[in-house]
Design a protein around this ligand. Structure first.
Ligand code: THU
Length: 139
């Protein structure tokens, strides 16, 4: 299996970011998600004129991995001008679907600003563990 380095993930996220559809915010984000099987899935932010329908780069990369049948993930690179952290909605989806992966935040020059775990990004998480029969049965 080909070894996918962080540098390669960053390169792919840079390419994805170039395709950002962000005419409203003009804020371009790219993401590259590495699966445990060694495949890379990219995403970019896709905005809507109905602003709330916008989908972030991270969630598009995760959806792409899921569509391809991947079940387990290793790390996620997110690139934006200043290397910002994922929004709250993405933190929930990253933790739900990818578990406690490394999230690598990269700035517009391709420099790593921070590496943080999904669990650190989402303290006191809501997760599938909370959807037990005990918690969901009719009262
Ligand atoms: N955005 C992302 O794609 N990922 C983030 O982590 C933060 C925000 C997008 C959503 C929107 O298109 C633009 O950046 C400004 O919020």
């Amino acid at each position: 299996m080909k070894k996918i380095t962080t540098d390669l993930l960053i390169e792919q996220a840079i390419v994805a970011r170039k395709n950002s559809y962000s005419p409203y915010s003009k804020f371009k984000v790219g993401a590259a998600l590495l699966s445990k099987s060694g495949n890379v899935f990219v995403g970019t932010n896709v905005e809507s004129s109905s602003y709330g329908l916008t989908v972030c780069a991270e969630r598009n990369a995760i959806a792409s991995g899921i569509v391809a049948g991947e079940k387990e993930f290793e790390s996620l690179v997110v690139i934006s001008s200043e290397g910002v952290s994922p929004c709250g909605a993405c933190r929930q989806v990253i933790y739900d679907i990818c578990g406690n992966i490394d999230v690598i935040l990269v700035n517009g020059e391709g420099k790593i600003i921070n590496t943080i775990t999904a669990r650190e990004l989402l303290p006191y998480p809501f997760s599938s563990n909370n959807l037990t029969t005990k918690n969901t049965k009719k009262i």
